[in-house]
Design a protein around this ligand. Structure first.
Ligand SMILES: [Zn+2]
Length: 501
């Protein structure tokens, strides 16, 4: 009797599955795993990866590697195949790094009429931010304003021309006096925009210290120079330096921008800078790469890559920047989609590569390493989709380079059919001559078709490269929908007979 019932049940089930159209079954399967993507799980992963255990995931540190291992273990658990070096999940490269042991000091000496000198002591991170790649030591010297810190003989421009900065502290701004990044002439200036160039140029001119007016937040993307102390400064020390001089930073920059003539000068103000750092020349770091191989013999060589940077800006002697929005959000959006895609067992004709990038914050090193050592050739890459700070807001946005605007349809359709968020769809800006500031731009510059996913209408304050950027800086609900959007549009793109770029 029992056997008979079971037999009947099995044949009924067989009748149901065989009579139901295959597509319906696929859609049911797809929806089941679509609904498995949850904001609760996402919030849990955010808390994990932003915990003090990973110490702000600075590229090169053991704590970054621990985060990379954690991600790789998830890939392994979900059956996502390793795509890195020697059948591992990791793509390694050398990366010397610096640890800031304590926030250090910044002081201004204010001489009084009676010969007494008052010392004003500034506080980190409100007034200054320790240089994340600073040399270690102490300097007390006069501050010399050097505009943009740029020496460009071929452009007849030199901020150091009429000043002697040997043994002194230079005070400088980001960027260059030429401002229009869409003007082809900008290309001549771009090499002078890099923070690394500015530190190196200051050292070449003999400066002992560098005060960088760079937003007063963590910036590990400067060059390490053993004998030079670097600190980011905020509005208060800046206005104290200019006090009584009859000049101000902004007005001077406006003048320099207008005339393309430097206006550097010695301020007469004396400051003390102190930094305590440890250099690790032996450092190595890695990208984490996992893939779901395509099932179609003719299409499996084609790959769709989704990537975001796993590294963050570290911990400057207790100033821990956990990198919540920037960029645990992007990485965890990718992980949530990866888990659902792998668990669903839905066949995808094309291959999907999940690329968690190391060393973005220290100069886009992970994406540069990938484009020089691609796992799949550029020709076989459908598109590289970048996620950076994708987890704050209520709306979605998708953009694509000129070479693949047709692919945005897959995202638009997925949103219209299943997600229903407001979504902006746009062609990414055309020619851009500026300093690349995202992994996506590194791929684009190397000739890859690229796309960008982001969230709009932020509902939480953004603490860019500041200690407030922790696990609570995101909205897990929008992250759930970003992961769902990736999940659905990837199934769609991976299985399309032909892709319309
Ligand atoms: Zn970022």
């Amino acid at each position: 009797m029992r056997t008979l019932l079971l037999t009947v049940a099995i044949s009924l089930l067989a009748a149901f599955t065989s009579s139901a159209p295959a597509q319906q079954t696929d859609e049911q399967l797809m929806l089941k795993h679509f609904h498995s993507i949850s904001s609760e799980e996402i919030a849990g992963w955010m808390a994990e990866i932003c915990s003090p255990e990973y110490n702000g995931r600075l590229a090169g540190t053991p704590e970054y590697l621990a985060a990379a291992e954690w991600m790789a273990a998830k890939f392994r658990e979900w059956g996502i195949k390793p795509a890195g070096d020697n059948s591992s999940y990791f793509q390694w490269f050398d990366h010397p790094y610096t640890v800031v042991n304590e926030p250090g000091e910044l002081k201004l000496q204010i001489p009084q009429k009676d010969g007494v000198t008052i010392v004003k002591d500034y506080k980190a991170p409100a007034d200054f931010y320790p240089g994340m790649n600073s040399g270690s030591g102490e300097v007390t010297a006069e501050v010399v304003w050097v505009g943009y810190g740029t020496t460009a003989p071929e452009l007849n421009y030199d901020d150091y021309k009429n000043v002697d900065v040997r043994g002194k502290i230079v005070l400088m701004n980001r960027d260059v006096p030429f401002k229009d990044v869409r003007d082809p002439d900008y290309a001549k200036w771009v090499k002078y925009c890099y923070h690394q160039y500015k530190t190196e140029n200051a050292a070449r001119h003999g400066a002992a210290g560098m005060l960088y007016i760079d937003g007063n937040s963590a910036n590990p993307n400067i060059s390490y120079i053993e004998n030079m102390i670097v600190t980011g400064i905020g509005p208060e020390p800046l206005s104290d330096i200019f006090a009584g001089l009859g000049k101000d930073n902004k007005a001077l920059l406006d003048q320099v921008d207008k005339t393309l003539k430097p206006a550097s000068f010695a301020t007469g103000k004396v400051m003390t800078m102190k930094a305590n750092t440890t250099r690790h020349p032996e450092g190595r770091t890695c990208n984490v790469a996992g893939m779901i191989e395509g099932t179609d013999p003719g299409l499996k060589d084609e790959v769709i890559i989704i990537g975001g940077h796993l590294d963050a800006v570290g911990n400057a002697g207790g100033l821990l920047v956990a990198g919540g929005l920037d960029n645990a959000s992007g990485v965890i959006d990718i992980m949530a989609a990866a888990k659902a895609l792998a668990a669903s067992g839905i066949k995808m004709k094309r291959t999907v590569l999940f690329l968690l990038i190391g060393g973005e914050e220290v100069g886009l090193l992970g994406s540069k390493h990938y484009t020089k050592n691609p796992i799949f050739t550029r020709e076989k890459t459908v598109t590289y989709i970048n996620l950076d700070m994708v987890g704050n807001g209520t709306g979605l946005a998708v953009s694509a380079s000129e070479s693949c605007q047709g692919l945005m349809e897959h995202f638009k359709n997925a949103n219209e059919k299943y997600i229903h968020r407001p979504m902006k769809v746009s062609a990414s800006r055309g020619v851009f001559y500026g300093r690349p500031r995202s992994d996506g731009l590194v791929f684009l510059a190397d000739g890859f078709r690229t796309m960008n996913l982001s969230t709009t209408d932020g509902v939480k304050p953004v603490y860019y490269h500041l200690p407030g950027d922790d696990a609570t800086s995101v909205t897990p609900e929008i992250m759930e929908d970003v992961a769902k959007l990736i999940y659905l549009s990837f199934i769609d793109m991976a299985n399309a007979e032909t892709l319309n770029y």
